[in-house]
Design a protein around this ligand. Structure first.
Ligand code: ADP
Length: 263
């Protein structure tokens, strides 16, 4: 266990991996290692391949090349998909679902549940702990349709957590919810981080998750265009803006001098 902690095996290992649709590679020959406990924000413009990468890791898009190992197994024959938790994008629970918060979360643990499925004490504990982690233990018995959009996101996070996954992938967890809910979600993510879970978060709102994320991976046109700490990413962005701009918007006097020189 000690040796394992000192040299933890990557949760995700990609070597020249391509993912795509039919024969068209969208994610093209990328290398990526994610280690246990890392909290990775996956950034990039629309169409850069973020969802394709995530769907590839979930076995939902074709692997068109390279070597992919997830949770120590080749992705192509990963048998324990349940060890990867997934919180889908812009998903709320529609009003047509008549279920309690607790019932929805339990599905994450026992997908084929019914009155005949016996819950073990471990199942009950995992479900309760997931609800506590997202701060909805008090709402366990309420109909999910009575919850706000932000609260429903948290139910979906709890549903994914109930399976006790070794890797949790979230697609835009903070998108489309109000600022107060964003703060609560960021706090939930902070708690997940503190508990040592490995997270891969697709997001546009990296500012909201500033103190949660340990690493940023940026995709551009299907390739990794940045991989490093949030601090280095801020520099990278600044350089990109300054680099493409002859007179950066800094001190107005500097800018005036710059303009004069550029003439
Ligand atoms: P992002 O998540 O960064 O916005 P996507 O992975 O959704 O990017 O899309 C990247 C590219 O993959 C786009 O050019 C898109 O047209 C293509 N694509 C996405 N989904 C499919 C699909 N189901 N079939 C074919 N092409 C797809």
């Amino acid at each position: 266990r000690d040796a394992h902690d000192r040299h933890p095996r990557p949760v995700i290992e990609l070597r020249h991996v391509s993912f795509g649709y039919a024969d068209r590679a969208v994610v093209r020959s990328i290398d990526l290692d994610v280690r246990p406990g890392e909290v990775v924000a996956l950034l990039g413009p629309n169409g850069s391949g973020k969802s394709t990468l995530v769907r590839g890791l979930l076995g939902l898009t074709d692997q068109l090349g390279g070597e992919a190992t997830v949770l120590g197994q080749p992705l192509r024959d990963l048998s324990e998909r349940y060890r990867i938790g997934y919180v889908p994008q812009r998903h709320t629970l529609s009003g047509s679902v008549r279920a309690t918060v607790e019932e929805v979360v339990a599905v994450g643990r026992l997908p084929h549940q019914g009155w005949f499925v016996r819950r073990t004490p471990q199942d009950r504990r995992a479900i309760t702990e997931s609800l506590e982690l997202v701060g909805l233990a008090e709402r366990a018995g309420d109909d999910v349709s009575t919850l706000s959009g932000g609260q429903q996101r948290r139910v979906l996070i709890a549903r994914a957590l109930a399976a006790e996954p070794d890797l949790l992938i979230m697609d835009e967890p903070t998108a489309g919810v109000d600022e107060a809910s964003q703060r609560v979600l960021a706090e939930v993510l902070r708690r997940l981080t503190a508990s040592g879970r490995t997270l891969l978060i697709v997001t546009h709102e990296v500012a909201a998750l500033r103190d949660v994320v340990t690493r940023i991976v940026e995709l551009t046109a299907g390739r990794v265009s940045f991989d490093g700490t949030p601090e280095r990413y801020a520099e990278h962005r600044r350089e990109q803006i300054v680099g493409s701009h002859p007179c950066p918007p800094t001190d107005p006097r500097t800018r005036a001098t710059c303009r004069a020189q550029a003439r």
